[in-house]
Design a protein around this ligand. Sequence first.
Ligand code: SF4
Length: 332
Amino acid sequence: MSAASELEKIAREVAVCTKCDLCRSRTNTVPGEGSPTARVMFIGEAPGFHEDQQGRPFVGQSGQLLNKLLSTVNLQREQVFIANVVKCHPPQNLDPTPAQMAACKPYLDRQIEAINPRLIITLGRFSMARYWPGQRISQIHGQVKQADGRLYLPMFHPAAALRDRDRTLPMFKADGFKIPALLEQAEEIARNEIWGYPVESKPDPEPARPLAVAEAPAIFIETAQVAPEIQLEPDITPNAPGQPAVPVTIQENAPGPEKVPVKVKRPARINPAVAEPSGESLPGMAALPGEIAPGLSLAEASEGRTRPKTPAVPGKPRRKRPAIPGEQLSMW
Ligand code: SF4
């Protein structure tokens, strides 16, 4: 039986399942969706209200954040498979009980076996507990382990990241940014196992460094499609924490600012011999009695001039005086 056929068969069984008490409160079952040949499989906890209404996993705000993460790491939602530990919505969003998870476990086991993903990413503590029993998500998130020929990456649940955007959301993103490298590593593990050369997993990829706004993926810049309450910009704007990033359009060859002519007052030159020492004569002010006019040198003032001689501008040719009829030219 093909993976697609097996997944359809599981979905049909889930649709009529009554193995636990969640069957009484659900609107729709949420078996999971995605590619039967997905290389990456996400496992969440339980369907929420919107998932219960639509019968699809991760379609609420948590789903939007997951979609954003997927597009950031260049994965389409159709390329992965998304499922939950339990396939029915617990009323009041209660945590699934051990009995409910145990009753639903065979469905998830069969889904994993049918898809055989290279990388399994657990979202939240309940799916994490399948592979890391007794551990705390806050302590092991982002720590990859290899087993059964594939890699496992524990991540916070998107809902937890949205609840605590200062602390958990950055960790959620940093863990998520490891996905491309892990997927490449998981493919290599699978190839080597096929050829009989099992390999050890490589060291954990370096955590992604904080992104500057200019280099942040479009996912974090385009906010129009995301509900305002899950905008992701603030914590990737290092210089403006808490300030939403504003997309800036830079037009090439845009004209520069116009030059506005400005009149600049030149400071008056003051004869220190006659100026009052009181400091009344300030740059740009008219000459006071006892001072010389602005721009006048002491020699010019002593000649009785009230305006300075026009200084010769270097490189500027002198204008010739018009010749007077009958005037004799002189060498001097
Ligand atoms: S949660 Fe799982 S076991 Fe419980 S009724 Fe739904 S499908 Fe069946």
